[in-house]
Design a protein around this ligand. Structure first.
Ligand code: KG4
Ligand code: ZN
Length: 349
């Protein structure tokens, strides 16, 4: 029997992605269109603009992916699309397109979890994930630790942020420092020029009293407030580039210290030899460095996607769809709806 091909559709936020995966590890095509430039001037994602952009981009993106793989729709065996979490309007466009394709071709349809896709994409570069392993999700909307027994069928949430996500906190500090939207990559860039130890900001939920109750949880809103207070305490003329860089470096260190310490703790507690990292914030330079150092000391392997696959993309949906299809999961009912807050332990709807 020939190896199956799965088409994946991503439309949770501002990226329209279509990708094709053969088997569970071979990426045949991966095309992404983004509407980020249309949102930047508003300082945040405008859902209406994002939905409209998906509508315009979907067909050209899908045709480009089929062309890249040199196949036609008849050659695919299953269709996967992001079912959530994400913006309802954006999800609706991708899901409707996926449903239309499924009905027209007669292929099974799988509505899958976008966030779990950020981890499943690791299978395309590094092969099947070891069972069990720890997942560290870091994005604009999530900062969570997961115990992954099987990426296609069994994921358990160990903990997560009680308030802001890591990317969200970076974006807010970027705004505070007058950097363009989204602030995350700008704060990261500046932090690389700063001194990590010049300013020490607080690490949320790291006190001894929090060690059991909040063992795998994060809190970044106190840190964000501490940065705001620090900036307010300086007269405007005194915030030069060096000070800005030191603020970014101290802030980045506080977030990454918490994320990496708790990810390694989760791996050791649960007897896992691998931590897989995913989400937009996985592009953060200090996260990549620090988690590598700490995991190496603990004898743990780190899987972190290449930079181009940290941002939302169709390959993450095709990768998860391929894993789910190969595991023989039930297809989703054609009537399923987008779920803007799809829980992390729901892999297929
Ligand atoms: O996963 P993603 O593309 O979208 C969501 O599903 O949220 O993540 C986007 C988030 C944004 O908050 C963005 O500022 C942040 O990831 N981000 C970064 C970096 N690159 C993207 N944050 C810090 N450092 C970066 N290099
Ligand atoms: Zn994402």
């Amino acid at each position: 029997m020939p190896v199956s091909i799965v088409l994946g559709i991503e439309s949770t936020c501002d990226e329209t992605g279509v990708a094709l995966v053969r088997g569970t590890t071979e990426l045949l095509a991966d095309v992404t269109a983004t509407s980020m430039d249309e949102h930047a001037r508003y300082g945040g994602i405008i859902p209406e603009i994002a939905s409209r952009a998906h509508l315009h981009s979907f067909l050209p993106t899908m045709h480009a992916a089929l062309e890249q793989a040199n196949i036609s729709l008849e050659d695919i065996d299953a269709i996967a699309c992001a079912a959530g979490p994400g913006l309802v309007g954006s999800l609706t466009v991708g899901i409707s397109a996926a449903k239309a394709l499924a009905l027209a071709t007669g292929k099974p349809l799988y509505g899958v979890n976008h966030v779990i896709g950020h981890l499943a994409i690791s299978q395309l570069t590094s092969g099947p994930l070891p069972k069990p392993c720890i997942g560290l999700i870091v994005s604009g909307g999530h900062s969570n630790l997961l115990l992954i027994n099987n990426i296609a069928t069994e994921v358990k949430e160990l903990g997560g942020t009680l308030d802001d996500a890591a990317g969200e906190a970076f974006d807010k500090v970027g705004r505070l420092l007058g950097l363009p939207y989204p602030g995350g990559p700008h704060v990261d860039k500046l932090s690389q020029q700063g001194d990590l130890d010049a300013i020490r900001f607080p690490r949320g939920l790291s006190a001894v009293k929090d060690k059991e109750r909040y063992r795998y949880d994060f809190s970044f809103s106190g840190l964000k407030t501490a940065v705001a207070r620090y900036v307010e305490g300086i007269s405007e003329g005194d915030i030069d580039e060096t000070l800005k860089a030191n603020i970014c470096a101290g802030f980045s260190e506080a977030i990454n210290d918490s994320l990496t310490a708790k990810a390694v703790r989760a791996a050791l507690d649960n007897g896992c030899e691998t931590i897989v990292v995913g989400g937009g914030f996985a592009a953060n330079s200090r996260l990549r460095e620090l988690i590598g150092e700490r995991a190496a000391k603990a004898g743990i392997e780190i899987r972190i996607p290449p930079m181009k696959h940290c941002t939302d993309n169709g390959a993450q949906i095709a990768a998860l769809g391929a894993a789910v299809f190969a595991a023989g999961a039930q297809p989703s009912p054609i009537t399923f709806s987008p779920d803007s807050s799809l829980p992390l332990d729901v892999i297929t709807v």
